[in-house]
Design a protein around this ligand. Structure first.
Ligand code: HPA
Ligand code: ZN
Length: 340
């Protein structure tokens, strides 16, 4: 009983805390019900009989195993309406969690390879983002896949020129082991030269050296994941000194067997080392946990204090690409929230 009370107190506190979400792939917000709806609409046959059957198949061995299922899911997203509906559903769900600003990834390469026009992707996604303005703010981060050639990433950057003024930054995901960050040095140089913010997935399954290499060679504004930096005290010091945020995704780490138990997660260790860590959902439909469920899982397993939770909320704004004035205004609201 007491445990339930503690849980609900945590839940209410977390839900009411103003927060951002900075690491979520729109492709990974495709719920089984939506996946079935889009498949029917686009007359695509599925091997599962029902959304429940599909959801029951969501057990993953590792990141490459997960990505296979994730890319299969992407095959049902074809039209501007599809990209609109997926984006809108995520934003409505994030709003319920007290997310006031989201920075969302979507990787056009997957869809271009399936013959979907770039216009359909951008029109659908930005249409939903615009509709939701006033309820939740949302920035788009274009993402590339690290197992594809760097030249293709540079080509995509050019293809996206008509939308450059609507893109907040560029990132990179995909299977990490054997694909070190330095392979994309030219791409990151070009993104920075054009004035974009950058992020890179590093230190999810890959070693701490990949995080160091990402920081030194790609010079990103944020590291996505960065979990394995915990094994290198010098690197932790560097991340803290340079104020390079980490967008941690604790439930993703658990579901992809990066950790065995949430109590093992280094979030608190990294936070206590002065690193700007944030909590995010990554692929909430597949890992069956939206952002607050990630906050709650860490809060319980790592026995986070309210002061820790407020710091995570402050970090979520400090690590965002919002203008400084908006960051300051949200930090003041968190301060006021704490005093209540
Ligand atoms: N890692 C790398 N690529 C991804 C992920 C991830 O966690 N989610 C979606 N694409
Ligand atoms: Zn990710």
């Amino acid at each position: 009983m007491l445990r339930n009370n503690c849980r609900s107190q945590y839940e209410t506190f977390i839900r009411k805390l103003p927060k951002t979400e900075l690491h979520v792939h729109l492709e990974g917000t495709l719920e089984p019900e939506m996946l079935f709806r889009l498949a029917n609409r686009n007359r695509i046959a599925l091997k599962w009989k029902s959304p429940e059957e599909l959801r029951n198949a969501y057990y993953f061995q590792d990141l490459p195993g997960f990505l296979e299922v994730y890319f299969k899911g992407c095959e049902v997203m074809k039209t501007a309406q599809d990209f609109h509906d997926v984006t809108r559903a995520y934003l409505e769900r994030a709003e319920e969690d007290g997310v006031v600003h989201a920075e969302v990834f979507l990787g056009p390469q997957t869809f271009l390879a399936q013959g979907v026009p770039l216009e359909a992707i951008m029109d659908g996604m930005f249409g939903a983002i615009d509709e939701m303005r006033g309820r939740i703010s949302c920035f788009y981060l274009s993402s590339v896949i690290r197992t594809r050639p760097e030249s293709e990433a540079l080509e995509l950057l050019e293809l996206l020129a008509p939308w450059h003024d609507r893109i907040a930054g560029f990132g990179m995901g995909g299977a990490e082991r054997g694909n070190p960050p330095s392979r994309f040095a030219g791409y990151y140089r070009e993104c920075r030269r054009l004035g974009f913010k950058t992020t890179v997935h590093a230190g999810e399954e890959g070693p701490a050296e990949y995080v160091r290499e990402a920081v030194e060679v790609l010079r990103p504004d944020r590291i996505d994941h960065g979990k394995t930096a915990e094994s290198d005290p010098e690197l932790m010091k560097l991340l803290a000194e340079r104020e390079i945020p980490l967008t941690l995704c604790p439930v993703s780490n658990l579901k992809l067997n990066v950790i065995r138990d949430m109590a093992e997660h280094p979030l608190k260790k990294l936070l206590d080392a002065g690193i700007r860590v944030t909590v995010n959902s990554d692929d909430p439909a597949y890992f069956q946990a939206y952002v607050n469920e990630n906050w709650l899982a860490c809060a319980e397993a790592l026995r986070l204090s309210r002061a820790d939770l407020r710091e995570l909320a402050r970090n979520s704004f400090l690590a965002s690409f919002l203008p400084e004035s908006e960051k300051r205004s949200w930090l003041a609201q968190i301060e006021a929230f704490s005093e209540k």
